[in-house]
Design a protein around this ligand. Sequence first.
Ligand code: U2P
Ligand code: MG
Length: 253
Amino acid sequence: MQNIHQRACRNLVKHFKLYKDVFSSQQGRLHRETTVQRRTFSGKKMAPRNSPRNLRVLLDMDGVLADFEGQFLKRFREKYPHDPFVPLEERSGFYVTKQYYDLGQDIGTKAFSIYEEKGFFLNLQPIEGALEAAREMAEMEGVDVYICTSPIKKYTHCVVEKYQWLDKHLGKEWMERMILTRDKTVINGDLLIDDKPNITGGMNPPMWQHVLFTSWHNRDVVPQGSQIRLDGWLPHSNWRDILEQKRQEISDH
Ligand code: U2P
Ligand code: MG
């Protein structure tokens, strides 16, 4: 009789231990789910629990991730050392070629030849802090990041080199994020971070809010309408606050 009792007690203790282990591992799983990015079976990021959907951020390439202006000036001075040029501090107006045409027809033509040449787009240096910010953004819970860039009309080298640049600096998996378009207004997004002050096209107004990324050519431009300014990617930059605020707007709707 005593034996039966002892066995029953041992079984009870064993089951209790088992239950405790299962319960704590469940809790661990739930805890991980709330602290780590939630993903679907296909690995796609899911919106956070309190948000109806992911925030979609469109990141421009030239002037935001890649230093178009710096490389342009460097190559122009190497190739045409005896011609007049525009120092970065004197740049104004989005299209660099327009300002060079103002120096003379031939100077404008030479300026075009700089960014049409093979290797120009591939050799752009990353803007300080841009790659780190892009990676951090892509890992953020509830944020989907896309690259949204326009190829130049003479696309021969530009299009392939934009892909190569992304592969070289951010890796193969970023190919999935690439959007090449001559009209950014038709792209669906919540924020477009872009250095071009006036972005026009077929969709007016566009879906996204324009975050005007500071570049040499737009320092004096006053943001219009719903535009907001972002001064750079370095640690003091407020890009995280801008994303958070937009995410809040989405949740409030
Ligand atoms: O004009 C097409 C795209 O080329 C880049 N560009 C061109 C001329 C210029 O003076 N500055 C410049 O940045 C831009 O590429 P994105 O910023 O879209 O990557 C422009 O849209
Ligand atoms: Mg740009």
